[in-house]
Design a protein around this ligand. Structure first.
Ligand code: FEO
Ligand code: CA
Ligand code: CA
Ligand code: CA
Length: 523
């Protein structure tokens, strides 16, 4: 499923077919009750659904077959393989297939989007050019909402911007504090979009705020192909890895989120209203709420520090809540949040505990209780428990697992990234980074009901890929697993999923694992 195009298709085709860089995803049963019906009992279908699938990135040599674009046409090709796919999929006697649907669509960096929440309408999201808000990019992890929509997370958006005119020194001399804190650079990650598409030129005054339009969580309705993907500004702007939503007993929701950068932070968003009330009023739970950043104390306690303009310290730096949210990272710096070893995915365990993967941090020189290695080469997993049923402003925490401790065991793994817990206590972890013992990146599963975590390997990927996305059908007989950029797109490394032939460009894939008489079989 979801095999990306090969050989390279043309620009128009690319906006219509599955992209590359498969990452977070989610399966929505075709009969899922949404909106007013949410919360009603129903029998979820496990043989047909909408699959939302992120396309995080693909480098120029992989996508264009050359290191830099030479035209706007090349840039569009690169742009169109990024974004999100919404697919209808169905199980047949001979396996899962993609089916036609009026709600199936591709969402790219050129698709019209909407802004909502406190920063919508801010002049910091408008450009002198007056261009309408378009698109989403570098869609890394994801998370479903309890009301049947998909949240896609914009991670390394800075890398698509650059300066068409200035060299490195010149750019650094005009770079603002905000640009610097979000990692904007004169040439980004080398995509070269800024040479042909002025939206991505950081020094073009007509598009001065285009960069502020990225770094958000974006809500997509998989059952409405006409819906405008909506950027939820109340959830803050940073390098959003993924999101996990917990429901409190009074119907309010809490969203746990990581900012994946060395020394960046862990966040929580709490809605002000219970979901039933918000749905009655036609409001989104994701537009009206409080945003917090985490401070981990050495004694195993922690505090959620609220990012609000009502705090005089923040009011001194920011004009209003909109500006504060657009520059969330700077606000968190001012509150003294705890710098972490690259917060990746979050997931909610069966008893409401939250697991946070910290993938690694090669640059840490001073260890602390929550980040106990300097450098942290292999990563770790933290488990938090909120005081007050996800609504409080304090929590307790512990190190759940140090990857280092798995060395010498059969379940050895490092660099935890993807995380998903089911409601029976299984914790699935996908890895991103050089694995020990000659292993490739892998998907492993841990029984969290046991006192000591004992990872059991479920699958390993192929040369130089990452295991990025995971979702299961409601009956838990089918799982979908994404393998991202096998061989980093280099046919000399692997031709996967083609048989080895030395020249076929390897492709991102969505694997289907089916449970059969207790065993797992793949396709
Ligand atoms: Fe896109 Fe932090 O992984
Ligand atoms: Ca990731
Ligand atoms: Ca990672
Ligand atoms: Ca990754």
């Amino acid at each position: 499923l979801g095999v990306s195009p090969n050989p390279r298709p043309c620009v128009a085709e690319c906006a219509l077919v599955v992209g590359i860089g498969h990452d977070g995803m989610w399966f929505f049963p075709i009969d899922l009750p949404t909106g007013q019906q949410y919360g009603k009992r129903y029998r979820a279908r496990s043989d047909e659904g909408m699959l939302c699938l992120n396309h995080e990135f693909g480098g120029n040599s992989h996508v264009l077959g050359k290191s830099a674009p030479e035209s706007l046409e090349d840039v569009r090709l690169s742009q169109h393989v990024h974004g999100v796919s919404v697919l209808r999929i169905k199980e047949h006697f001979d396996g899962w297939k993609v089916e036609a649907s009026e709600n199936a669509r591709r969402i790219t960096v050129n698709t019209p989007v909407a802004f909502a929440g406190p920063a919508a309408g801010s002049p910091l999201l408008e450009n002198p050019a007056g261009n309408m808000p378009l698109g989403t990019v570098n869609n890394c992890g994801s998370g479903p909402t309890p009301w049947g929509t998909y949240l896609t997370c914009e991670e390394n958006f800075n890398g698509y911007f650059g300066s068409a005119d200035l060299n490195s020194d010149e750019f650094n001399s005009v770079r603002t504090e905000e640009q610097s804190r979000y990692g904007f650079d004169f040439d980004g990650f080398g995509y070269g979009w800024h040479f042909f598409d002025p939206r991505f030129d950081l020094t073009n005054p007509e598009y001065v705020n285009e960069k502020n339009r990225f770094g958000w969580i974006v809500e997509i309705d998989p059952f409405d192909g006409a819906q405008k993907p909506t950027k939820r500004t109340a959830m803050g702007r940073f390098k959003h890895e993924a999101v996990a939503i917990a429901e409190s007993s009074d119907g309010r929701i809490a969203a746990y989120m990581g900012d994946d950068q060395r020394f960046d932070y862990c966040y929580k968003y709490v809605s002000n209203k219970p979901w039933e009330r918000a749905i009655e009023l036609g409001e989104s739970l994701l537009d009206d709420g409080k945003l917090y950043v985490a401070r981990y104390n050495d004694d195993g306690s922690g505090e959620w520090l609220e990012l609000t303009i009502d705090n005089p310290l923040l009011a001194e730096r920011f004009e209003d809540q909109a500006e504060l949210l657009i520059y969330t990272r700077l606000a968190s710096d001012l509150l003294g949040a705890t710098p972490m070893d690259r917060p990746e995915w979050t997931t909610i365990g069966k008893d409401g505990e939250v697991y946070w993967t910290l993938t690694n941090n090669s640059q840490r020189t001073v260890a602390d209780a929550a980040n106990p290695f300097s450098p942290n080469n292999d990563g770790h997993i933290i488990r938090t428990k909120d005081a007050g049923d996800h609504l409080g402003n304090s929590f307790t925490w512990e190190i759940y697992l140090l990857s280092n401790d798995t060395r010498g065991t059969e379940g050895v793994f490092t660099d935890p990234d993807l995380a998903w817990a089911d409601n029976s206590g299984r914790l699935f972890i996908g890895t991103d980074g050089g694995q020990p013992d000659g292993l490739q990146d892998q998907l492993t599963v841990i029984d969290t009901t046991k006192d000591v975590p004992e990872p059991k390997r479920l699958l390993v990927g192929v040369n130089s890929d990452e295991v990025t996305g995971f979702t299961v059908t409601p009956d838990r007989r089918t799982a979908f697993v994404n393998l991202q950029h096998p061989g980093n797109g280099n046919p000399a490394s692997t031709n996967f999923p083609a048989l080895p032939d030395g020249f076929t460009v390897p492709r991102d894939v969505t694997l289907v694992l089916r449970r059969k008489n207790g065993a797992i079989v793949g396709s």
